[in-house]
Design a protein around this ligand. Structure first.
Ligand code: C5P
Length: 235
């Protein structure tokens, strides 16, 4: 029952483009290596992970593959590492990653490379829940801000915060279920996380505790979270 991670590093990083000197965030430096390497090595340290499928932007695929080969030669992660090209939307990148996985992959964890501070304990919680029989598992945190629906400058509604959760990655799935959820949703259905596809299929999604440090590098102010996030032209 092999477990693979699809590591999403195929975004265009438009929200950070100016602050990062035009470098896509997954290629910013963290500890002297590209950002995506941090979570790749965390997953590789988890005993259950058989391999990591890194999804790169199509335009950067060749250069990123070369750079990754150099990193792998210098720091053997001890698991299989494969690469493929992403798509226009995040969910297209997930689908491409899924399609390229080995056929014996039973469970898949989908993780945003933009969350470099994921820790092995969180990965372990997701995998344990999958092994216990949950087909779809997501890490969540309580919402501490009050969330309102706003259109233009007017508040339309206020939600009951006690019923809301902030969702992180990695999200874990029975690989066959996630494929089925993609097929059921079709091309027109656009989502911001993969569990939404399973919900759309009418199947249950289980939650485990996330971690506050597992933040997504999204906006320019998040760059302060990286020790040495210096723009680098090398993917
Ligand atoms: O844009 P956002 O921050 O939501 O992206 C989340 C993750 O999905 C990032 O790691 C990004 O590289 C990845 N992504 C992708 N393919 C896309 C869009 C985003 O792999 N087309």
């Amino acid at each position: 029952m092999s477990v693979w991670t699809v590591l999403l590093a195929a975004g265009s990083g438009t929200r950070l483009a100016e602050a990062s000197g035009g470098v896509k965030k997954q290629f910013l430096r963290l500890g002297g290596k590209p950002l995506y390497w941090r979570s790749l090595s965390t997953f590789a340290r988890c005993p259950d992970i058989a391999g990591v499928m890194v999804v790169f932007p199509p335009a950067d695929l060749d250069a990123a593959r070369k750079a990754l080969a150099g990193l792998l030669a210098a720091h053997d992660p001890g698991v299989a590492v494969l690469t493929t090209a992403g798509g226009v939307r995040r969910q297209d990148s997930v689908q491409n990653g899924l399609a390229a996985l080995p056929s014996d992959c039973r469970f898949v964890l989908v993780h945003d490379a933009a969350r470099p501070f994921v820790d092995p304990a969180l990965v372990g919680r997701v995998i344990t829940a999958l092994r216990e029989g949950h087909e779809a598992v997501i890490p969540v945190l309580p919402v501490t801000d009050t969330i309102k629906e706003v259109r233009e400058e007017t508040v339309l509604a206020t939600f009951d915060r006690s019923r809301l959760a902030a969702v992180q990655t990695p999200q874990g799935f029975d690989a066959a279920l996630l494929r089925q959820a993609f097929a059921h949703a079709g091309e027109e259905f656009t989502v911001t996380d993969d569990a939404s596809l399973v919900e759309h299929l009418g199947r249950p999604v289980h939650t485990v505790p996330g971690h506050p440090d597992n933040r997504k590098i999204t906006n320019p102010e998040d760059l302060a979270l990286l020790e040495d996030a210096t723009p680098s032209p090398v993917p």
